[in-house]
Design a protein around this ligand. Structure first.
Ligand code: HEM
Length: 502
């Protein structure tokens, strides 16, 4: 591979030996000379391709080969706007996430034609910047404050209860698909309506839209020709817009005493007494739904998988759950804080397999990223996954050891499943509550064994999930846990114990 130092490197920096990121974790970037590489030409094209199909694999590979900072540039004739920088580690996370005026987010969903429903549906908090973002965040955040989230406890329990009754002992189920159905129902019920007949169809439409947004076809052939995947995606956005606006209108006509998040957003007022327009409600509701259910699906799927593969952890967790909840009762709100080991399990799951494994930010002004002086509009990739796998922050990073959380207290830039800084996820308390309730209820009823020999590769769209599902055998709750041999990319990400060693 042809790689060379580029003219974007600030040559005024004195030449010192390069440091690996692990060594300077916790020190200011200005204190160290960071190892950096620029890759150009065909080699860069190859990396772009790899990044598109397997971003986590590509980021890890570049890090292993070139260290914490790699720049891909000048793939085609255009330059230097084409730069894509990979900047790994806590100090780069701080650089990218602490000042939203320096770096802005960029969307993963195609914008669609001008004035299309596609543009309006994707315009939620995640895409807004500056004063508009601050004003909308002030309106959107209150229903997700810890106290408000407690109010959704009963509906979450009710949905989990209803759905897991359908999981049959002795069956082989795709746990990823089942969890997806569960979180889809929870998000629909809490965000839109307690009445499944009203909420669920919208949830399904949004799920379908996300699937279309991430299908290869819409990227390869992004033209609104009837019959094309792109056209199908835009049409689906139109249906969602129609259905959500109708739901908003029904609530305006008859506000009633509703507690769903959409109704709360309709009543919200900012400091100057301004509420949301219909267009704002549409974008926020759609993005909240997607941000919520895609990520929570990933966290719950991987948690169940990691637990199934770690018998010793399961024993400890079941000791805690059974002693607090008695063995078969759903948790009450006051019991959730009495499950500290469950909290450690959730944290460790999202460390080792973070639902959002990387984030892209765009420089809003010329800025220095490690040794590179980069122009405005340069895209920079930070990796939650790689940060969580740095050995000096997390010894034996590929081992699932929830008990490590009893002794460590990383900064927000060292542990960032929900991101960090002023744009940190507003749904962290919500997601944590869903995870605690679901895990406590599911594990009190079932034991899971991963089907031996399963190939588990990752797919990353909005979140990271098993590419081809995750088959597990459902047994009644007992303590006969066993580790299954699994194959695929999962083995690069997790070191599994052998049977009997926990
Ligand atoms: C385990 C579950 C979740 C994970 C891992 C997660 C992760 C994240 C991450 C990494 C971001 C930053 C994205 C970026 O800046 O590019 C984010 C933002 C966001 N999340 Fe979550 N999220 C989760 C659940 C939720 C839930 C349940 C909701 C709402 C119900 C939600 C709503 C949002 C919103 C609205 C933002 C944008 C915040 C802003 O830009 O100001 N998330 N989330």
């Amino acid at each position: 591979m042809r790689s060379k130092r580029s003219r974007f490197i600030n040559r005024s920096s004195p030449r010192k030996p390069a440091y690996e990121i692990g060594i300077f974790a916790g020190r200011a970037l200005s204190e160290v000379q960071v190892k950096a590489t620029q890759i150009t030409g065909l080699a860069a094209g190859r990396e772009y391709f790899r990044f598109f199909f397997d971003p986590v694999g590509c980021i890890c590979r570049l890090y292993r080969r070139h260290g914490p900072v790699t720049a891909l540039g000048r793939v085609a004739l255009k330059q230097p706007r084409d730069l894509l920088i990979f900047a790994i580690g806590p100090e780069f996370n701080r650089l990218l996430f602490s000042d939203p005026d320096l770096f802005r987010p960029t969307g993963l969903i195609l914008p669609g034609p001008r004035d299309s429903a596609q543009r309006r549906v994707r315009l939620g908090l995640t895409r807004m910047i500056g004063p508009q973002h601050r004003q909308q965040r002030q309106l959107v955040a209150p229903p997700f404050h810890r106290a408000a989230v407690q109010g959704y406890h009963d509906i979450m329990v009710e949905v989990v209860q209803r759905l897991i009754t359908e999981w049959k002992i002795g069956n082989c189920i795709d746990i990823h698909e089942k969890v997806r159905a569960l979180t889809l129902r929870i998000a629909s019920a809490v965000l839109f309506s307690r009445d499944p007949a009203e909420a669920y169809p919208i949830g399904r439409m949004l799920e379908d839209w996300v699937r279309r947004c991430f299908s290869i076809g819409v990227w390869v052939y992004p033209l609104p020709v009837p019959g094309s995947p792109y056209h199908g995606m835009v049409r689906q956005a139109e249906r969602i817009e129609k259905a959500l606006l109708a739901m908003i209108e029904r609530r305006r006509a008859d506000p009633g005493a509703r507690s769903d998040v959409l109704s709360l957003l309709m009543q919200a007022r900012d400091n100057e007494g301004r509420g949301m327009t219909n267009a704002e409600l549409l974008g926020q509701a759609a993005i909240l739904f997607i941000a919520s259910f895609e990520t929570t699906t990933s966290a719950l799927t991987w948690s169940l998988f990691l637990l199934a593969q770690h018998p010793a952890v399961m024993h400890d967790l079941m000791d805690e759950i059974e002693s607090v909840l008695g063995g078969d009762a759903p948790p009450r709100p006051d019991q959730l804080p009495q499950l500290p080991f469950l909290q450690c399990v959730i944290k460790e799951s999202m460390r080792i397999l973070p639902p959002v494994p990387y984030t892209v930010r765009v420089a809003q002004q010329p800025v220095k990223v490690g040794p590179f002086d980069v122009p405005q509009e340069t895209r920079v990739v930070a990796s939650h996954y790689l940060t969580h796998h740095l050995a000096d922050l997390y010894p034996e990073p590929e081992r699932f050891r929830p008990e490590r959380w009893r002794d460590i207290n990383p900064t927000q830039y060292e542990y960032l499943p929900f991101n960090a800084g002023p744009r940190i996820c507003i749904g962290a308390a919500f997601a944590t509550q869903v995870l605690k309730i679901s895990l406590a209820m599911i594990l009190q009823r079932f034991r899971f064994t991963v089907v031996a020999g399963t190939h588990i590769n990752r797919i990353v769209t909005i979140s990271m999930n098993p590419r081809h599902g995750l088959p597990m055998i459902v047994a009644k709750k007992d303590r006969n846990y066993s580790v299954s041999e699994v194959r695929g990319q999962i083995r690069e990400m997790v070191n599994f114990p052998s049977n009997g060693s926990g």
